[in-house]
Design a protein around this ligand. Structure first.
Ligand SMILES: *[C@@H]1O[C@H](CO)[C@@H](O)[C@H](O)[C@H]1NC(C)=O
Ligand SMILES: *[C@@H]1O[C@H](CO)[C@@H](O)[C@H](O)[C@H]1NC(C)=O
Ligand SMILES: *[C@@H]1O[C@H](CO)[C@@H](O)[C@H](O)[C@H]1NC(C)=O
Length: 357
């Protein structure tokens, strides 16, 4: 019934005080546990047969191969006629297997979600780092079809581990310097193939967390004239990660190498470990566009969602013409010291189930 051992969750709960300085992640662990235990939970893998037989896996593989080739040609690393295609039957066979790019990790929005972001593909705003062309396919795992009418929201830190649009102790130097920026935050519609694509950076690390990108998937939201979205529901709150060896190489490049915040590896990050449970793989599948990281990256991932699921993430700020502004009553306001979600303690019934009482 439960997807992973309670002992593992209990161990995480016991050690979770170290995850965020001044806060803890018990709430996040419990949310992920509830998702894994949900009777209607289905992974992308469970849709393999339908997605292969409808031809979608094949089409998406071909589309992504062609896109990577296009990026290589544009950067001068390949000639238009050079594309060597992989055998599609092998790709179909492997689809959704472990270490493939499929997942459905319900995770946490964390303390730094800024609502009201703009619909745009390129979210760099001049930030420097490992430029990443990110291709996210969204799959409805209840019907085993691509989700063609969703909005995918994405945000992450800059190369030295600082979020824009927010001010908090522990976010960079804690000053208001990144409040006026919306860099590395944006929204994209999925469209006919269920694909949302962004141009962003591999995020930097910060104290207590390994490098990660946040995502939220919106359904039924309305596009406003000023290129923002309003209303609708949220089915999925997740985080994307980078395989550790590759991450180590990224961290050696400039300007990541100037980030002096303490490192947490994937293996040491309990949210990463939670995200790997239940057959999910939250790592981006990354290819070099050229010969080295500095030449740019192409990254793909498939996200399984149940569009009727209702998640209730809470933004700390709202993006406005004048920068990030506090959302009144946000449970993250005051993070990490005084917020409603700071120091969350699991309810007694769960503490007893996990052997804490
Ligand atoms: C969907 O993918 C196909 C290839 O499988 C491609 O030709 C088409 O342009 C894509 N459509 C969109 C809207 O991206
Ligand atoms: C990340 O953002 C902070 C705050 O705005 C800034 O001081 C720092 O230089 C940025 N990092 C890089 C690599 O640009
Ligand atoms: C976009 O329009 C909405 C609705 O009028 C408004 O609340 C929001 O502040 C606007 N966003 C920006 C960035 O101008």
């Amino acid at each position: 019934m439960v997807q992973f051992t309670q002992a593992f969750a209990a161990a995480l709960l016991a050690t979770s005080a170290v995850a965020h300085p001044g806060g803890n992640v018990n709430k996040e662990i419990l949310r992920r546990q509830a998702h894994l235990d949900h009777p209607e939970r289905r992974s992308v893998q469970s849709c393999k047969r339908d997605l292969v037989s409808s031809g979608w896996v094949r089409e998406q593989h071909i589309r992504r191969e062609a896109r990577l080739h296009e990026l290589r040609v544009a950067a001068g690393f390949a000639k238009p006629g050079d594309l060597v295609r992989r055998n599609v039957a092998d790709v179909e066979e492997e689809y959704g297997a472990n270490a493939a790019c499929t997942l459905d990790p319900e995770a946490t929005e964390g303390p730094y979600w800024v609502t009201g972001e703009l619909i745009r593909q390129d979210v760099l705003n001049g930030e420097k780092g490992a430029i990443t062309h990110l291709d996210i396919n969204v799959i409805d795992t209840s019907g085993c079809k691509p989700v063609t009418d969703a909005f995918v929201e994405l945000w992450g830190t800059n190369a030295t581990g600082v979020y824009t649009g927010v001010q908090a102790k522990g976010n960079g130097d804690g000053s208001a310097s990144s409040l006026p920026s919306n860099a590395l935050r944006g929204i994209q519609a999925t469209g006919a193939n269920g694909t949302a694509s962004f141009i962003t950076l591999i995020p930097g690390h910060y104290v207590g967390r390994t490098n990660h990108l946040h995502t939220i998937i919106h359904h039924g939201a309305k596009k406003l004239e000023n290129n923002t979205i309003q209303g609708g529901t949220i089915s999925h709150v997740g985080q994307f990660y980078v395989e550790q060896n590759f991450l180590g190489q990224v961290e050696k490049t400039s300007p990541y190498s100037t980030n002096h915040q303490a490192v947490t590896t994937n293996a040491q990050d309990m949210l990463y470990n939670m995200a790997k449970q239940g057959g999910d793989d939250p790592n981006l599948k990354i290819s070099l566009i050229g010969n080295k990281i500095e030449d740019g990256l192409y990254a793909t991932i498939d996200v399984g969602v149940n569009p009727r699921a209702r998640q209730n993430p809470q933004p700390v700020n709202m993006w406005t013409k004048d920068g990030g502004k506090p959302v009144p009553g946000s449970p993250w306001a005051g993070y990490p010291d005084t917020c409603l979600y700071c120091g969350f303690r699991p309810p007694g019934v769960i503490r007893r189930a996990f052997g804490f009482e």
